[in-house]
Design a protein around this ligand. Structure first.
Ligand code: SF4
Ligand code: SF4
Length: 505
């Protein structure tokens, strides 16, 4: 038998502290929420429990003398392409807990990122580019059911066609669903403020809408998931749109579980459950087993809100995503949200996060194609989610056929997240995915709202620059325009699915 547990003996990260530089201020001790560092009075030294270090880097950021560096443990296992360090550590964890390995964030495996294999076009000589600093550029995007044709009154000017309620976005980017409970209220406040100021939308996730956020109803998408947390008429009315969550990219096919110990008074009140009760979202909606059942829920929500709110349906990108999306369009949804295999989460079994689903790039192309073939493309907007990193990813997604995208990880990064993959522990040192009041205070919603606004502003500029180079002055003109994309390093089959030509053709 091992002398020490393997987790203690073979830790992945270590805290290196330069004792000469350290002034014993104990800042790192106070900041570490994983007990990886402590002060030894007798030795007058700061020491480490390296086995607890998760590489969140909070101590590095707060050390006033730059005495700390968190590094990967140089002592590695024997190199083995089959028995990788990760495979060995997973066995060690299972051996200790006898449970499914939980994790968080998005898939961290090197699954091919098709955005990195797509190149955008630019104008030269015969088709002039547009200077976005001199010419008006339009990023305005409308989400909702469109009409196939527009009819006019007899005067030939007044539009006769009635069009359903649309969401109006100043940039085709929204903040994706992250529930109160999985993240703390301060991040929701920051997203709501940034969305309102910029002219876009944020999404409550499945944890209800805290009463302090009702002022943001005009930029709020409220979610209705299988647990129905916080759902009543008032909740539905305090929104601009309603999203039925069927699945999410980080855990397709399973539900969610917010442990009772995290359900404090605010979360309990917002979710409409008792304090300390486990908040369990079942894997299926127990009233949805067919497209007809889904249609009933869509129309129940529309009826309840007087047909004033577009209804989205969110699914994970799975193998037959195009057929499912068509069913959702037939069921009467105003928008389909598809979350790809790189989508993030606050907690999920590692096996599901890393091995279930398909990349969002392939899903967008497949769904857009199928909706067009079935004559349904106008009936429904397509919103893509799952690992968007930049304005370039957004533009490529729109060229592939999406109307808009959701971003979640970017919002967490704007709040200080270092992608340490510990959200599920509830001990986020940056105060993001925790409801510990002491840790939650670390997230200042005013600063994060400004960071988020700046990211949207930067992306809007970037998209305009790219569109200008393509000689396009409105985002609408690049939507589904795959002729302005070329691929590199992809197979014939991959190009066929994406509907793009290889570079050089
Ligand atoms: S924060 Fe830096 S200076 Fe302060 S105790 Fe830790 S290592 Fe030393
Ligand atoms: S939100 Fe916090 S716990 Fe989650 S990955 Fe980011 S830093 Fe780590």
């Amino acid at each position: 038998m091992l002398f020490k547990k393997p987790q203690v003996a073979f830790y992945p990260f270590m805290v290196l502290r330069d004792d000469e530089k350290c002034i014993r201020c104990k800042s790192c001790v106070d900041q570490c929420s994983f007990d990886a560092t402590y002060y030894d009075k007798d030795l007058d030294k700061i020491l480490n429990h390296n086995e607890n270090c998760v590489n969140c880097k909070r101590c590095e950021a707060f050390c006033p003398t730059d005495a700390i560096k968190v590094v990967k443990n140089p002592s590695t296992f024997h190199p083995d392409a089959n028995w990788t360090e990760e495979a060995i550590r997973d066995i060690h964890t299972e051996m200790l807990t006898g449970a499914v390995i939980l994790t968080s964030t998005g898939n961290d495996k090197p699954i091919k990122n098709y955005f990195d294999h797509l190149l955008l076009d630019a104008c030269q000589v015969t088709n002039p580019p547009i200077d976005p600093l001199r010419e008006p550029m339009e990023l305005k995007t409308f989400i909702g059911r469109k009409t196939d044709k527009v009819e006019f009154e007899e005067d030939g000017v007044t539009i006769k066609t009635k069009i359903g309620k649309q969401l109006e976005l100043e940039i085709p980017v929204m903040f994706s669903a992250m529930s109160y409970g999985s993240i703390n209220l301060n991040l929701q406040k920051a997203m709501a403020r940034a969305a309102k100021e910029f002219g876009t939308f944020w999404n409550t996730g499945e944890g209800g809408l805290h009463k302090s956020l009702r002022d943001y109803k005009d930029c709020t998408v409220v979610q209705v998931a299988s647990g129905r947390f916080g759902v009543d008429l008032e909740y539905l009315e305090n929104s601009a749109a309603i999203e039925i969550k069927i699945g999410q990219g980080a855990k397709p096919g399973i539900g969610g579980h917010l442990p009772g110990e995290k359900v404090n008074e605010g979360i309990a009140e917002t979710r409409m459950i008792p304090v300390g009760a486990d908040a369990i979202s079942p894997a299926p909606h127990h009233d949805i087993y067919s497209i007809e059942d889904l249609r009933q829920l869509i129309y129940a929500l529309k009826e309840a809100t007087n047909y004033e709110k577009p209804v989205f349906v969110k699914i994970a990108a799975v193998h037959n995503v195009a057929a499912i999306a068509c069913g959702i369009a037939h069921a009467g949804a105003d928008a389909i949200v598809i979350d790809g295999v790189r989508g993030g989460t606050g907690a999920t079994p590692k096996s599901l996060r890393d091995h279930v689903g398909i990349p969002i790039e392939l899903a967008i192309a497949a769904v857009d194609d199928r909706l067009r073939k079935e004559g349904l493309r106008n009936e429904v907007s397509l919103i893509a989610a799952g690992g968007f990193r930049s304005a370039v990813d957004v533009l490529k997604a729109i060229a592939l056929g999406a109307d808009a995208v959701y971003i979640g990880t970017v919002a967490k990064l704007a709040a200080g997240c270092t992608q340490c993959q510990q959200c599920h522990t509830g001990r986020c040192a940056w105060g993001i995915t925790t409801n510990d009041p002491k840790l939650a205070k670390r997230l200042n919603p005013d600063i994060v709202a400004e960071n988020l606004y700046n990211i949207l502003r930067a992306w809007a500029h970037d998209i305009k620059e790219l569109l200008g180079a393509m000689g396009i002055n409105a985002i609408e003109s690049i939507k589904g325009n795959r002729l302005r994309l070329r691929s590199w390093g992809l197979t014939e089959q991959e190009n066929k699915i994406l509907g793009v030509l290889p570079a050089g053709m």
